[in-house]
Design a protein around this ligand. Structure first.
Ligand code: FES
Ligand SMILES: [Fe+2]
Length: 458
């Protein structure tokens, strides 16, 4: 191989998805301002329905202590007053914006942990330790909050529109005719993907095959109806073998009629009427007396545009006094839901990967050297060696993080290529060494060998 001619390095800067290029590769994950930026953007451009009640906490989470929680991109702090009522305030002090949740409760008031301003449950400042008069504008926003169906419901929009009559119906959670319990699961995806997961239960057949899934769920026909308030999906699976979970709950041998009646209430509440009864005992016609019935209650509150608080409960109308069964069912359902959100291969996370921005690079560069006529007597022979680096976009890195892997800042590579043309055929063998392939820090280097053939048809 001889070098006849050297070509100057080529440098290309590109911007494939419109993100700003920062040659120093500013890194979202390491940028302490990122939260601030996301927060202010969320405030400027709310992407959530704000005039709605959202479950903010389970009743047992709320105590005589400060509980910070982000709802619809806004930081709030919750606590119980001495009379057991619930307070929801903006979690930022009027003075220098220190989170009030980093302060302390004094009676029913919150004392800021920085300079000691005191705010009452209405959000009004009632004490400024370093001055005698209180600035009348000193207050933080108070949010309407109502405790119902074992949840604290907070209204994020115009307080004048906050009507407790519009709180979603989840009465099974405290009705003495039902027994049950549930949990809060933090989920790393847009809240609407959890709604999608719950409205389409055909995934049970494949994700939950060892408990509540069997082929009937995916194969049975269903009806969908709606009115001003609800969308309802009704699926009856008649004369089927019960899946393991329901066989155990029913405690009787034989085939069953199984039902799933899924009801969505905007913006984010889904209740699912579920159960089985021995085949032929009249359940599809309305007599469920020989069967067992449960309600899966779900309300999914957006935290940010990429994360949500998933509150759920499973309530049953049989063996009401058995606390052990309540606990076993809560743990069992937690395990089943864990199948939807296993750290890797999560149904939610995989859905999250296709939520709109999977374009990996926000910019990059390439540079290389090429030598033409490297083989004596072969005028079209060429050899090139190139380096490239692609800076990964924030969202793509967040997607990698959601799968449980650590993202790199960039994918880099070294590429060696030879090409030659014989008649109409151009042959181009190629060898690449890629560092952090796919942007994952854990995957150090991949070696990719390629061969390209091009036929000139002119
Ligand atoms: S920041 Fe709260 S009192 Fe100064
Ligand atoms: Fe599921």
């Amino acid at each position: 191989m001889t070098t006849r001619r050297a070509v100057v390095p080529i440098v290309i800067l590109n911007d494939r998805n419109g993100d700003l290029q920062t040659p120093h590769g500013a890194d979202a994950a390491d940028d302490p301002m990122e939260d601030t930026v996301t927060e202010s953007r969320s405030k400027a451009e709310p992407t959530f329905p704000m005039n709605a009640w959202y479950a903010a906490a389970y009743d047992v989470e709320l105590k005589r202590e400060l509980l910070p929680r982000t709802i619809c991109g806004r930081k709030l702090v919750f606590y119980r007053r001495a009379d057991d009522g619930i307070v929801a305030l903006e979690d930022a002090c009027w003075h220098r914006l220190l989170p009030l949740s980093k302060g302390r409760l004094e009676g029913d008031d919150v004392v800021c942990g920085y300079h000691g301003l005191v705010f009452n449950p209405d959000g009004r400042c009632v004490s400024m330790p370093s001055q005698e008069t209180i600035n009348p504008s000193a207050c933080v926003r108070r949010y309407p909050v109502v405790e119902r169906h074992r949840f604290a419901w907070v209204w994020m929009g115009d307080p004048a529109l906050a009507d407790p009559a519009t709180i979603p119906d989840m009465h099974w959670n405290h009705d003495p005719a039902w027994a049950g319990d549930g949990r809060l699961i933090p989920v790393k995806c847009d809240y609407r993907l959890v709604l999608d997961n719950l409205m389409d239960l055909t995934h049970e057949t494949f994700v939950h095959a060892s408990s509540i899934g069997n082929r009937a769920v995916a194969e049975a026909p269903f009806d969908t109806t709606h009115n001003d308030r609800f969308v309802t999906v009704t699926r009856w699976m008649r004369d089927i073998e019960p899946p393991p979970f329901w066989a155990k709950q029913l405690g009787k041998p034989g085939r069953v009629d199984r039902w799933q009646i899924i009801r969505f209430e905007a913006p984010c509440t889904i209740t699912i009427d579920v159960g089985v009864a021995p085949t032929g005992t009249g359940a599809p016609e309305g007599d469920r007396s020989q069967g067992v019935n449960g309600f899966v209650l779900n309300t999914i509150t957006p935290e940010t545009d990429r994360t949500c608080h998933y509150f759920w409960a499973f309530c049953r109308n049989y063996r009401l006094g058995e606390q052990k069964l309540t606990t076993d069912l809560r743990e069992g359902v937690t395990r089943i839901f864990g199948e939807d959100d296993a750290p890797r291969g999560s149904a939610f996370v995989r859905l999250g990967l296709s939520d709109g921005d999977t374009s990996p690079f926000r910019g990059g560069w390439q540079a290389g050297l090429r030598w033409d006529q490297v083989v004596a007597g072969r005028p079209d022979s060429a050899f090139s060696i190139g380096l490239h680096q692609g800076w990964l976009s924030k969202k793509y890195r967040a997607n990698i993080r959601d799968t449980g892997a650590a993202p790199g800042k960039a994918e880099s590579g070294l590429e060696i290529t030879y090409s030659d043309t014989i008649g109409r055929l151009t042959v181009q063998p190629d060898l690449q060494f890629v560092h952090h392939p796919g942007g994952e820090r854990g995957r150090k280097t991949a070696i990719v060998a390629g061969m390209r053939f091009t036929i000139d048809l002119d």
